[in-house]
Ligand binder design. Structure first.
Ligand code: GKR
Ligand code: MG
Length: 424
């Protein structure tokens, strides 16, 4: 079996005005949809970053894949490495919250984009679910967590009708957001994206959530926007409310200090984003839980390596997410289902994406009792809806956004807005 054709289609889908440490989400999120077709008629699917630098590399790689055996993942690695070396990608400013967009991740994120599609293709040709190529499922469904955001009611200059989640800037609105998300999807844990309002107001929201959902483990994630002193002060206010404290302050050294001084379990998708940082973190005991993400950790198989490393060093493992659609969700679920030591419910932005903008046939994947079920059909079990793909590609062409920049977007609401880290 050989690869006959590869297609990379950039798409844009509506994204709500969610607040974060950098600023605010733009009205559209960008992704790429990858199709790899074999000479005997199978098609493997992948989903990855759609920012201009990532896309340029994916486009350069795709033309070199025809003729490659889809089982030759080491061959794919070589093609990716030599292409990235020629491209020398630049960093995207304003996208520091999307670690996969960093230039340093160009190899791992491009490899991952195609690895998922090749694994899907391999599995389809073998008539087995993809997870069988990852050693089989240790669980047949994967738990995800409710992912709450402070948000505005609508985007600046109203590019389209407001989403139906409404504003969320205080305790009552955040508890309401959690209630709706839990009622709709059955989530059993709750994460609050923070680093955006005054820290005391954000902590008050966690305390309100604890009161409203006493049985749901809680996490807060200020994305490194609190200084070490603020993180310690907030830890005192938080008491024992948290399951883990995610990236409160920036840097491996401050995280290590924070853990030493508070004893709280710290999680990260910011200070441990590759194996070199993993080693440095273990040396300092900076974090106790690593949030994996196959999109920038080098694919599904390297995510399994990361999970084994976590087991070796006594660290917990769970999963990080950026805005994404169903192909990514199913790939995340497959790798998570293959990891024995997945100790926490994974993150997903999926509930924030609108039901009329899924790119797979049948619309959005169900999340039931907080879980995504692993398919028993071949590969990832997904087919592309070509009309939706065409519509979302047209939207990409029209929307004018080519690289995520939450700082620039916030400056449209607050002209003096600048990137500052930590802000509090
Ligand atoms: O989408 O605003 C966002 C998030 O803040 C995202 O960019 C982060 O990468 O979800 C992420 C996280 O857990 O840090
Ligand atoms: Mg995070």
């Amino acid at each position: 079996m050989k690869i006959k054709r590869v297609t990379v289609t950039p798409i844009a889908f509506r994204d709500p005005p969610l607040l974060n440490a950098s600023g605010i989400h733009e009205p559209y999120a960008l992704r790429s949809i990858i199709e790899v077709e074999s000479d005997n008629g199978y098609v493997g699917l992948g989903e990855s970053y759609g920012d201009a630098p990532a896309l340029a590399i994916q486009m350069a790689i795709k033309d070199q894949l025809p003729g490659l055996d889809p089982f030759n993942l080491n061959g794919l690695r070589q093609i990716v490495a030599s292409t990235v070396a020629r491209h020398k990608p630049a960093n995207v400013s304003g996208a520091e919250l999307a670690p996969g967009s960093h230039a340093s991740k160009a190899v791992t994120n491009a490899y991952s984009a195609f690895e998922v599609a090749l694994l899907d293709l391999q599995a389809r040709s073998l008539n087995r679910p993809l997870i069988d190529l990852l050693g089989g499922a240790v669980r047949d469904e994967v738990p995800f967590s409710a992912y709450l955001f402070f948000k505005y009611a609508e985007h600046v200059e109203s590019p389209y009708a407001a989403d139906n989640w409404g504003e969320a800037l205080n305790e009552e609105q955040i508890v309401g957001q959690a209630r709706r998300m839990i009622e709709q999807y059955g989530f059993k844990s709750i994460k609050l994206k923070a680093g955006t309002l005054e820290p005391e107001r954000e902590v008050a929201c966690i305390l309100a959530l604890k009161k409203a959902f006493p049985d749901h483990p809680l996490r807060i994630d200020p994305n490194g926007n609190w200084s070490l002193e603020t993180s310690i002060r907030m830890a005192e206010l938080l008491g024992d409310s948290l399951q883990y404290y995610e990236d409160p302050c920036p840097g491996l050294d401050d995280m290590a200090q924070l853990h030493k001084r508070t004893g709280l379990p710290l999680a990260t998708n910011m200070v441990v984003t590759d194996f070199a940082e993993f080693r440095r973190s273990v040396e300092r005991n900076s974090v106790q839980i690593v949030l994996a993400d196959h999109h920038y950790w080098g694919g599904l198989r390297d995510t399994q390596v990361l999970a084994s490393m976590c087991q070796t060093w006594g660290l917990g493992v769970s999963m990080h997410s950026n805005s994404h659609l169903g192909i990514s969700l199913m790939a995340m679920a497959h790798v998570a289902a293959s990891v024995p030591n997945l100790d926490y419910a994974c993150d997903t932005h999926y509930p924030w994406q609108e039901p009329d903008e899924e790119v797979i046939k049948g619309g959005k994947l169900p999340i039931v009792n907080g879980c995504v079920k692993i398919n028993t059909t071949p590969g990832l079990g997904l087919e592309l809806d070509r009309d939706q793909l065409g519509m979302l590609h047209e939207q990409f062409l029209r929307c004018g956004i080519r690289s995520r920049d939450d700082v620039r977007q916030m400056a449209r609401y607050k002209p003096d807005w600048k990137a500052v880290k930590p802000r509090f």
